[in-house]
Design a protein around this ligand. Structure first.
Ligand code: NDP
Ligand code: HSE
Length: 434
């Protein structure tokens, strides 16, 4: 039976994502009503700059006092698309204290304070949904929390940041410079308010922490995720990757240890073969592989950033939370019963591509090979060539290893740096997806 009293929504933030949420809520109002079983009304919009012109938004709804909006007594659901830690955290907590369920796109906050926010939602018998926080439009959080709840996820690997994928794709396919590509991604609304979060890997690490928690039913904090950004990736790295039949992507990789007793979570640039499906993920698209014991390998793919795609995920959550409200129920809360420890990066086993600048004289190759052997790192291939910058008596040595623990590789590199014949370590990149 259709309920006539509308469910009232407070929209906290009306920027790239919030403005699209408001637009879709307005233009699809009839469909949303039919799907939910009650009308859903945009009852207030909290922003920072009230005088800014906002197309399609009734100015009477706009306020700078988000707290008062939540406390006024008639709001059923709050959509938090402000971003950052504060005031978002206090506003979400205030919403729960006033009987308001929350939909959020805020991965930074969920990665930092997810456990406390889940506890607050549970304490008040309310929902906290956040599909948009990971991989934009791609349904991933709900499939992992619900559809795969009966399976055992062992590994998750993917591209979860649209901005950096956009930049790396442009650098690779058009030879664009880093800053030019970042400016374009920012203009398209993909980047965070501070794009350092994207390019230094913090945004992907926050998403990795959220996904690892869901995948392994444990708590993974942002600090548990090993993180390297992509600002050091150079045209020379792309050239080297090409020679190996690879490209470079910023990957998030979450793994359950073979003995099942611990997990690892990491974000870093990596070379992947051009034949790997992740190699063909272009522009701001995201793609995530999930390997589960019974299901096998699943791939989730779609737009990973941008106002309209992200609003799609927010609206999906809004419909789910509205349905729960009408059923006087809540969706699944946090599931962190396994309490698996997160192992350090040194325990991760993978392959490496190391580019060295060395003296071009007899015995150097043997010295380098011995250093690898002394640290238990087995070499797969070695390629030597004259330095591209034409420096005489010097060469570039590119070593690709077999699988080895990260700690062993770090020890090798430290020892290589101490050799007189090694002028510098130009780049170290992991090789994944083989
Ligand atoms: P924007 O910077 O475009 O929008 C932020 C909004 O919050 C603005 O409307 C701003 O007001 C408002 N705001 C800022 N401070 C306050 C405050 N103190 N009180 C009330 N309102 C405030 O961000 P996005 O829309 O890009 O991102 C929003 C969230 O969505 C973030 O958590 C982000 O990580 C996440 N997200 C973003 C994606 C994207 O592609 N952009 C994709 C997936 C998730 P005003 O308009 O007046 O400045
Ligand atoms: N800045 C983020 C990205 C937005 O580029 O992926 C989507 O979460």
């Amino acid at each position: 039976m259709m309920r006539t009293r509308p469910l009232k929504v407070a929209l906290l933030g009306c920027g790239v994502v919030g403005s699209e949420v408001a637009r879709i809520m307005t233009t699809h109002a009839d469909d949303l009503t039919a799907r939910i079983g009650a009308p859903v009304e945009l009852a207030g919009v909290a922003v920072r700059r009230p005088s800014k012109v906002r197309e399609g938004i009734d100015p009477a709804l706009v306020t700078t006092d988000a707290t008062a909006l939540l406390k006024r007594g008639d709001i059923d659901i709050a959509i938090e698309v402000i971003g950052g830690i504060e005031p978002a955290r206090t506003l979400i907590t205030t919403a729960f204290e006033h009987g308001i369920s929350v939909v959020s796109a805020n991965k930074a906050l969920l990665a930092q304070d997810g456990a406390a926010l889940h506890a607050a939602a549970e304490q008040h018998g309310l929902d906290l949904y956040y599909e948009a926080a990971v991989a934009g439009a791609i349904p991933l959080v709900r499939p992992m929390r619900e559809s795969l709840a009966g399976d055992k996820i062992n590994r998750v690997m993917g591209i979860v940041n649209g901005t950096t994928n956009f930049i790396l794709d442009k650098m690779d396919s058009t030879g664009a410079g880093y800053q030019e590509a970042l400016d374009e991604a920012t203009a398209l609304g993909y980047a965070e308010a501070d794009p350092t979060a994207d390019v230094e890997g913090y945004d992907a690490a926050a998403k990795a922490a959220i996904l690892a928690g869901i995948a392994f039913h444990t708590r993974v904090r942002l600090d548990d995720v090993y993180r390297e950004g992509m600002t050091e990736v150079s045209a020379a790295d792309f050239a080297s990757a090409k020679r190996m039949g690879c490209t470079i992507k910023l990957l998030a990789i979450l793994e359950r240890a073979a003995d099942g007793e611990s997990v690892t979570a990491r974000v870093h640039p990596a070379m992947i073969p051009l034949t790997h499906p992740l190699a063909s993920v272009r522009e701001a698209y995201n793609a995530v592989f999930v390997e589960a014991e019974a299901a096998g390998r699943l791939m989730f793919y779609g737009p990973g950033a941008g106002g309209s795609p992200t609003a799609s995920a927010v609206l999906g959550d809004l419909v789910a939370v509205c349905r729960n409200k009408l059923a006087e129920a809540t969706g699944p809360g946090e599931s962190a019963y396994t309490q698996l420890p997160v192992s350090p990066m040194g325990d991760v086993v993978t392959r490496y591509h190391i580019s060295l600048d060395v003296a071009d004289k007899p015995g150097v190759l043997a010295q380098v090979a011995t250093t690898f052997a002394e640290h238990g790192v087995s070499i797969d291939t070695v390629r030597q060539q004259g330095r591209p910058d034409g420096v005489g008596n010097e060469a570039s040595l590119v070593v690709v290893t077999h699988r080895a623990p990260d700690a062993a590789l770090s020890g090798t590199v430290e020892a290589l740096r101490k050799l007189d014949t090694v002028r510098g370590v130009a780049s170290i990149m992991r090789v994944e997806g083989e």
